[in-house]
Design a protein around this ligand. Structure first.
Ligand code: FPP
Length: 242
């Protein structure tokens, strides 16, 4: 097997962690048990990503659409997030992991905003590796927000309409100062983006796997990286130019 730490990239890996509910059902458990079990692969993948030279890991932890789930499940997901942030903060600091978040953070329950704020402040100085949590995140919401912000600047005379370029739009997204994902992994068998990083994934490589998120771990993460390394990225150019 090739040594993937010797190859360049991916710099930024994004993951749609799907299949917790099905995992729980298959074990004869309630859905929240699947989410609980889903916290372990988060730890394993973060370690593997750091070891493999990845510098940013973005996890789709809660989508704008997830607000429509039963109240108990939503509450359970945020309790789990708070617990994770509190128990994991020591390791984040020890391993010098910067925690960041994208999404409509103001809409999160107070306890989640508080734990997130504390963990982000405690890790803000770290530069080598970033764990980026997408929370109450939806690409369409993010793009509509960017359009609104730009429209307000045009209306107030701060900019003219001609200045609205792809770069200007990118600067109004929550990901403004982040690199686009090089690789996107989706577990759970579905092959779709589900409103995740639609703009940012214009040239991202995709890796879909039927493995349910609680069963995902270091070995399959490394397999996804192997698959990434086997691909030729041309970014719209012809083969000889790429
Ligand atoms: C999708 O599975 C998963 C989620 C909506 C939540 C993701 C949350 C975790 C993995 C918990 C741990 C995360 C952190 C950051 C502590 P699903 O419920 O849609 O599964 P299904 O498709 O089988 O129903």
């Amino acid at each position: 097997m090739t040594d993937i730490t010797q190859k360049t990239g991916p710099r930024h890996v994004a993951i749609i962690m799907d299949g917790n509910g099905r995992w729980a059902t298959r074990q004869g458990l309630e859905r929240p048990e699947g989410h609980k079990a889903g916290a372990e692969p988060v730890r394993a993948v973060m370690r593997a990503a750091r070891d493999c030279g990845v510098s940013m890991l973005t996890l789709y932890a809660f989508s704008t659409e997830n607000w429509g789930r039963p109240k108990d499940e939503v509450q359970g997901l945020f309790s789990l997030l708070v617990k994770y942030l509190k128990t994991e903060l020591k390791e984040l600091v020890e391993k010098q992991v910067r925690l960041r978040a994208i999404g409509d953070i103001d809409s999160l329950p107070h306890s989640a905003r508080h734990a997130l704020g504390a963990a982000m402040a405690a890790t803000a100085k770290y530069e080598k590796f970033t764990l980026n949590l997408a929370l109450s995140y939806g690409s369409r919401f993010e793009l509509a927000r960017a359009a609104r912000l730009l429209a307000e600047e045009v209306a107030s005379g701060q900019r003219d309409a001609q200045s609205i370029t792809p770069e200007a739009i990118g600067q109004k997204l929550w990901t403004a100062d982040m690199p686009d994902p090089d690789l996107l992994i989706r577990t759970g068998g579905d092959m779709r983006l589900s409103n995740f990083l639609l703009w940012q994934c214009a040239y991202t490589e995709f890796y879909f796997t039927p493995t349910l998120w609680p069963d995902f771990g270091e070995a399959e993460f490394k397999a996804a990286l192997e698959s990434f390394h086997s691909r030729e990225r041309r970014f719209g150019l012809a083969e000889a130019q790429g």
